[in-house]
Write a new protein. Structure first.
Length: 220
């Protein structure tokens, strides 16, 4: 297993990841550096390396990393919350993030609208049917997008997590479904793909990939 990376190593990996993406599309693809379970120093190193977006998964960890996340934001880096979010944890997350990518139910829409009026969100879609993965059913996406907009939230796009251990065919099917849903709703952001499957996601239309281990090293 690799250790958490320095700014120089992260910058080198960032170049390699961008190169791999550029071989597959001319589309601009945002790279989210996922720093969950990493020390706060890794956030500082990622910012120094030129990362534009930091992603965190756990509400209490966001709270504990508040100083480092605020430093990142002061440098123009966005902070995205990408993990499952309980409504009673919104109060911890809302002041410290720019985007919540994991909105998947009406109760969460309502709490975000109450705690963070006008915050940017993505609607998370469950395309694998797996329990415990988060995400709303694909057929409910238009309703949830409409509800979020009516509540005053800014809907940037859709997010999904590919099937764990899925073969290439099932991954492509998952990502293509979200791409088509986003297109049908006029949404520009498709947050799809992680360290192991981001190139497949890019080929299927991803505009944002969430990279942890391959960019900043293994988790603590």
């Amino acid at each position: 297993m690799t250790e958490s990376a320095s700014a120089a190593v992260i910058a080198e990996r960032l170049v390699a990841i961008r190169s791999g993406i550029a071989e597959r599309t001319s589309r601009d693809v945002v790279i989210v550096a996922v720093t969950k379970s990493q020390p706060t120093s890794v956030i500082d190193e990622a910012v120094a390396a030129g990362v534009a977006v930091i992603g965190e998964n756990y509400a209490q960890e966001v709270r504990d990393k508040a100083d480092a996340l605020q430093r990142a934001r002061a440098h123009g880096v966005e902070v995205h919350f990408i993990g499952q979010l309980q409504t009673n944890k919104v109060r911890l997350v809302a002041p410290l993030v720019d985007v919540v990518q994991s909105v998947d139910r009406l109760s969460l829409v309502a709490e975000l609208a109450r705690r963070a009026p006008g915050i940017r969100v993505c609607i998370q879609v469950n395309t694998s049917g797996g329990l415990g993965r988060g995400g709303c059913e694909p057929e409910t996406v238009p309703t949830l997008v409409g509800a979020a907009r009516s509540a005053g939230l800014v809907v940037d796009g859709l997010m999904t997590v590919g099937p764990v251990g899925g073969d290439v065919v099932s991954l492509r099917r998952s990502f293509a479904m979200v791409r088509d849903l986003a297109d049908s709703l006029g949404l520009s952001v498709r947050s799809m793909g992680m360290s192991d499957d981001h190139l497949i996601a890019v080929e299927e239309g991803s505009t944002m990939v969430r990279i942890g281990t391959a960019l900043v090293g293994s988790r603590s």
